[in-house]
Design a protein around this ligand. Structure first.
Ligand code: GLN
Length: 492
């Protein structure tokens, strides 16, 4: 079978259950595609072929013995920020380029327990800080829609593997948009769950109060299958919430678009730098939802201008604290021939971290330092609360809030935007993480250069089922999510 990579998660699950193909065949199919096509896309940091085939054989045995779960035998790619026992976990950094984790992240362990086959670990912005996956240590992953463009970031490898059909779905993480923006740039569906829904245990920390793992795939239905595996309380993560988990797959038709009140924030559509094509595609998708019965309601989110400065104080502050542990002593990269302890710290950290990571550590350290703490960090925390309240007020009147996921389509590789220009590209995603809300990206068409455009829907706390359901119904009525980049059509 040469077209296994065109099947949806449901079709793959049914095909395996009905013995139309085995997990070994499916896994070999993807490994072949990776060997041929990933030389161009450059999304995998590590391909775990041997382990994948062993897992596939075990999955085939389980299916034969009648012990299979829905996803037993399906291949997956993990963002290289999730610890994988016995397999290198780099977080996209030279600091960890020889780190073999002694344990699995909970998300990885849950995947294994569900019978998923790990194809490998995929590229990202270093320590998830960035929006392009132009990684200074592992190279730039390419956007499958146009290899001269970035796939977005930080979960750019996860987006690229799915868009090029080098994995049927992938895990990502989102601290300030890192699932939604690459999903938008690569024409995929990606869900950032409510903070606390998915365990952060074994997920290398960037900004702990905002980091959240989630699924990236072609459709809401595909994401729902992976969400069923990823979500849930974990005693090993004190911020994971003890709350019953929905069955995201069986809830896919539970929310009707008919009568759904969609808030359109006035401020979001007047943002300077919002590309005309992006605006047009997003508005067309909202029109379509309106035709399907949704009610569009103009709303105000008055704190919009505060999103970027607030996030870019809090996230670096947390990062500077989280990244202290990489000192070249206990683990992590260690410089050659240190003359004394201070030299060891200094050189290990300046050689092991790339420029952007160093910039954020410096910003964060400054914001937390005595004398500046109240003026920056404490102030940012207060503004964060106001941003959250702004959303809660909006949700008194609407069910979901619509926005672009990003003001533009995918940047050119090497565009070399200044840090502040880069940060402004996160305008539509950051507030969701500051408030801890769930949000989803859905593909809604293309710009004049045939690069994908994404619609973002933001929900109230714990509304993952609703978001998936709304996008699922939109995807039943449209076919943007079925479009494939030319490189995905190539056979191995
Ligand atoms: N682009 C944002 C940043 O650089 C978001 C990254 C993320 O969500 N991990 O911080």
């Amino acid at each position: 079978m040469s077209d296994l990579h065109r099947l949806s998660i449901r079709e793959l699950s049914e095909g395996l259950a009905q013995a139309k193909f085995s997990s070994r065949e499916l896994t070999e199919h993807y490994l072949k595609r990776i060997a041929k096509i990933d030389t161009q896309v450059q999304s995998y940091i590590t391909v775990t072929a041997e382990q994948a085939l062993a897992q596939a054989d075990a999955a085939d045995a389980a299916i034969k013995a009648g012990h299979a779960t829905t996803l037993t035998g399906l291949p997956i790619a993990h963002k290289d920020i999730f610890c994988t026992q016995g397999i290198k976990t780099t977080a996209g950094s030279k600091m960890l380029d020889n780190f073999i984790s002694p344990y699995d992240a909970t998300v990885v362990a849950k995947g294994k327990a569900a019978g998923l086959v790990t194809l490998g670990k995929v590229n990202m912005d270093e320590f998830a800080m960035g929006s392009t996956s132009e990684n200074p240590h592992f190279g730039s992953t390419k956007n499958p829609w146009n290899l001269e463009h970035v796939p977005g970031g930080s979960s750019g490898g996860s987006a690229a593997v799915v868009a090029a059909d080098l994995a049927p779905f992938a895990t990502g993480t989102d601290t300030g948009g890192s699932i939604r923006q690459p999903a938008s740039f690569c024409g995929l569906t990606g869900l950032k769950p409510t903070y606390g829904r998915v365990s952060r245990f074994g997920m290398i920390a960037y900004a702990s109060s905002m980091d959240q793992g989630g699924p990236m795939a072609r459709s809401a239905e595909d994401c729902a299958y992976l969400m069923n595996v990823m979500a849930g309380h974990d005693a090993k993560d004190s911020t994971s919430v003890q709350k019953e988990v929905d069955d995201y797959v069986s809830n896919l038709n539970d929310t009707s678009v008919k009568g759904l009140r969609i808030g359109i924030p006035k401020q979001y559509f007047n943002v300077q730098g919002l590309d005309a094509d992006v605006k047009a595609r997003v508005e067309e998708s909202l029109k379509k939802l309106e035709e399907m019965g949704a009610i569009l309601v103009e709303i105000n989110l008055n704190m919009t201008e505060a999103y970027v400065p607030t996030y870019y104080l809090i996230a670096p502050a947390e990062a500077s604290s989280n990244l202290q542990r990489f000192d070249g002593v206990r683990y992590g990269y260690r410089c050659e021939n240190p003359v004394d302890l201070m030299d060891l710290y200094k050189r290990s950290r300046s050689e092991g971290f790339g420029t952007e990571v160093q910039r954020r550590i410096l910003i964060g350290t400054y914001a937390l330092s005595a004398g500046y703490y109240d003026a920056y960090y404490v102030k940012a925390q207060k503004v964060r609360r106001l941003i959250q309240q702004d959303f809660l007020k909006a949700f008194e009147n609407v069910d979901v809030i619509a926005a672009p996921s990003a003001p533009t389509t995918a940047y050119k590789i090497g565009a070399n935007l200044s840090p502040t220009e880069m940060y402004l590209g996160d305008i539509y995603t950051l507030a969701v993480n500051l408030a801890g809300l769930p949000a989803i990206n859905a593909p809604v068409g293309f710009d004049k250069n045939n690069l994908p455009v994404g619609l973002q829907l933001i929900g109230n706390y714990w509304s993952e089922s609703q978001l998936l359901s709304v996008v699922h119904q939109y995807q039943q009525a449209t076919d943007w999510h079925t479009k494939r980049a030319a490189i995905a059509e190539e056979n191995a």
